[in-house]
Structure formats: structure tokens, C-alpha cells
Ligand binder design. Structure first.
Ligand code: ZN
Length: 187
């Protein structure tokens, strides 16, 4: 962040009076430009017991498989964001079956949140951000080609919960592995 979005003056990075950490401050109009984590909302969509995954047509992780998910927009609720992202990336209409996983990723300043969901009519197709969309049986999940660790953890939790027939909300943190520190792709 270099210039004030209110008055276009150059910004200073400093600790504002009464605060405890550095912020981007506009010396001309006095605006403090707060930066906060971003929320990524998505779905784990099912149809006839199979899991719908999307192969990414965009970076990061082009060509890898993911659950449909993306940045929450202003003015929408969390489950609206998850449902919208599923519509955009997989052209699928889903009904939410409730919050499922919540992961904090402080190293990339993100929170990833997934809902369990069911396709309404079984229809899906790749949206502009997907190369391919496909239903996977449990045994077919492409574990070595998953885009993000939060997707992996959500799928692992789901299969474990499914085997016990008891689904519980999971809340956790995902910190960078040594490999990810060398190559800082998001999560
Ligand atoms: Zn300003």
C-alpha cells in the first residue's frame, strides 16, 4: 500500500497514537488504513455420496484440484459466499448443510472456512476459474494433486467423520511447512 485511497497522498508506515503496531497512515487526511485477514469461504459439495472437486484454471496452484472456494465479498453472509463460489467455479447449485471446518493461516493472513453442502439437482460444469469439475468417490480423491492444505484437511476430516457417521465442526490453525516457507504460495 503506497497511496491513500481517500486523498491519493503518499502513506507513512508508523504506529498511530494509541495503537500498538505499525499501520499505513495518511499524513494529509489522517486516515489509518487498517489491514486485516481475508476470509475464504467454500463448500464440500456432495452428490450421491461423491465429492465435487474443481481443477484450478488460475494461479496459485494452476492445474491442482480444490474444493470450490474464494474470497468473501462485501455485503454477503458467509454461507452466501460459499454457495456463490460453488456456483462460480463449478456451475453448481448447492444447499448448505452447515459450517464444517475453520482454519486460521496467519502466515498468509487468511481464514479458510468450508461448509458441507449437497448439490440440488446434480448438475455441475467448469466455471471460468476451473479447467475441469468432477465427482470423486472416496477412493478416487487425488491426494497428491490437491491445491491447498486446508482442502486436504477438510477432505480428511470428512472421510473420518463419514466413517463414524458423526460430523463435527473442526477449528484449527495451519502453519507453514518448511517447504512452504521457501516457496510462499498461499497455504
Ligand atoms: Zn489521505
Amino acid at each position: 500500500m503506497k497511496f491513500c485511497s481517500h486523498c491519493s497522498a503518499p502513506l507513512t508506515f508508523k504506529i498511530p497514537a494509541g495503537e500498538d503496531r505499525e499501520r499505513f497512515v495518511c499524513e494529509r487526511c489522517g486516515t489509518i488504513h487498517y489491514q486485516n485477514p481475508r476470509i475464504i469461504a467454500g463448500c464440500l459439495p456432495l452428490w450421491e455420496g461423491k465429492i465435487l472437486l474443481c481443477r484450478r484454471a488460475i494461479e496459485p496452484r494452476y492445474g491442482f484440484w480444490t474444493l470450490p472456494a474464494g474470497f468473501m465479498e462485501l455485503g454477503e453472509t458467509l454461507d452466501q459466499a460459499a454457495i456463490r463460489e460453488t456456483r462460480e467455479e463449478a456451475c453448481a447449485e448447492v444447499e448448505s448443510h452447515g459450517l464444517y471446518t475453520v482454519y486460521s493461516l496467519p502466515h498468509v493472513n487468511q481464514v479458510h472456512i468450508f461448509f458441507r453442502a449437497e448439490l440440488i439437482d446434480g448438475r455441475f460444469a467448469p466455471g471460468p476459474e476451473s479447467l475441469e469439475t468432477r465427482l470423486f468417490e472416496e477412493t478416487e480423491i487425488p491426494w497428491d494433486e490437491l491445491a491447498f492444505s486446508t482442502v486436504r484437511r477438510t477432505l480428511e476430516s470428512f472421510l473420518e467423520d463419514k466413517s463414524r457417521d458423526r460430523f463435527e465442526v473442526k477449528v484449527g490453525d495451519l502453519l507453514p511447512s518448511p517447504v512452504m516457507r521457501q516457496n510462499p504460495t498461499p497455504c
